[in-house]
Write a protein that binds this ligand. Structure first.
Ligand code: NAD
Ligand code: TDX
Length: 337
């Protein structure tokens, strides 16, 4: 099987490529990524010379470029991770989110359709469902869409386009809406890696608002195993919700990280809240568990310990990000290929 992965140099995409090549070493992977600030080829350093892996730098918002790659590579399936993914950045500058998340997804769908209706799996988020109150039922596949940030609105829009291509053109699609991921290679702008790396550097950790917003956390490898099952056994046209069954307030996460890293609460700095900050997300994963037999392996407690350990052991990786040096990796390693 040959997979075309978009956004494979980012956090979840690079974890997925590692997962896939380990489990299916005979399969071929083409990683199409623009290498924005969030794309880092150092995430894939150990497999860059694998004969079954190929990297292609391209912008999914460029339809000519996208179609050229897809028509030449002829993948059996496209797994679409590429996106602008950080909510705070979507508040500061929404335009890139519309360009990549909406136009980029549209270009991929069009190209998949024009090249023989290629199997298409779209990676989406629980944020498209909006914000839950403390006693509301969990999100599931039938929850109405109610996005509230430019990021979630752009992801919701892309989900609608993907479904439209199924109904209108019979494109063989599936969609997954996943909760918050954490684990190795997460860019240190997101809550967990930002707090861990700040504490290693003896810097304060900025908690937004009252710290009582709730997210449902999933260890990234369990997200990969869910996508694997959907690709192999998922029903075409269907959506699957994926969650960690692990709701935590940001305060709980903060105190857990402080405890494991033996630091005190004086490291917390309460800062101004995020604009339109969604209060609570939580996913009901019954469908994927019942229909595809998905079972997440890593609970939050083990996952957060492994994650802290990983950031301690890979200071070089995130220090190059914080200094900007990681952006030279492509130039230094790929320019003559
Ligand atoms: P990320 O920001 O770490 O990585 C995004 C990747 O996409 C980067 O490698 C970047 O270079 C690439 N990219 C961005 N714009 C591009 C463009 N125009 N053309 C080609 N490549 C481009 O993101 P992530 O956290 O790994 O998220 C991956 C996907 O999973 C996204 O679609 C996101 O919406 C979704 N998701 C993320 C989470 C989470 O907790 N991180 C949860 C649920 C769903
Ligand atoms: O410095 C911070 N302080 C803080 O209190 C940061 C960066 C975040 N927060 C809060 C905001 C959220 O309530 O922590 C929570 C988690 O924030 P993020 O890590 O930015 O994630 P979130 O906004 O929940 O979105 C994430 O999960 C869903 C991903 O970034 C999305 O791509 C995914 O779709």
């Amino acid at each position: 099987m040959k997979l075309l992965i978009t956004g494979g140099a980012g956090f979840i995409g690079s974890n997925f490529i590692h997962y896939w090549l380990k489990k299916y070493p005979e399969d071929k992977i083409v990683n199409l990524d623009l290498l924005t600030y969030a794309g880092n080829l150092e995430n894939l350093k150990d497999i860059q010379d694998n004969q079954n892996y190929k990297f292609t730098k391209a912008d999914i918002a460029d339809k000519v470029e996208v179609n050229k790659i897809i028509s030449e590579e002829k993948p059996d399936a496209i797994v679409h991770f590429a996106a602008e993914s950080h909510v705070d950045r979507s508040i500061l500058g929404p335009e890139e989110f519309v360009r990549t998340n909406i136009l980029g997804t549209f270009n991929l769908l069009e190209s998949a359709r024009q090249n023989g209706n290629i199997r298409f799996h779209h990676i989406s988020t629980d944020e498209v469902f909006g914000s839950l109150g403390p006693n509301d039922a969990l999100f599931n596949e039938t929850t109405p869409y109610d996005p509230r940030s430019p990021y979630s609105a752009s992801k919701a829009s892309s989900d609608h386009l993907v479904r439209a291509y199924f109904h209108t053109f019979n494109l063989p699609i599936t969609i997954s809406n996943c909760s918050n991921n954490f684990g190795p290679y997460q860019f240190p702008e997101k809550l967990i890696p930002l707090f861990i790396t700040n504490l290693i550097e003896d810097k304060k950790i900025p908690l937004y608002g009252d710290g009582m917003n709730v997210r449902d956390w999933l260890y990234v490898e369990d997200h990969s195993s869910a996508i694997d099952l959907i690709l192999k056994k998922g029903k075409i046209g269907e959506t699957y919700c994926i969650g960690g069954n692990s709701e935590k307030t940001n305060k709980e996460i903060t105190y857990k990280i402080l405890e494991i890293m033996s630091r005190g609460e004086e490291m917390i700095e309460f800062v101004e809240d995020r604009k339109g900050h969604d209060r609570r997300y939580a996913i009901d994963s019954t469908k994927i568990q019942r229909e595809l037999g998905w079972i997440p392996k890593t609970n939050f407690e083990d996952g957060i310990k492994k994650t802290i350990e990983w950031y301690k052991e890979n200071e070089d990786w995130w220090k190059k990000i914080k200094s900007g040096e990681y952006q030279n990796y492509y130039k230094n390693n790929y320019k003559n290929r």
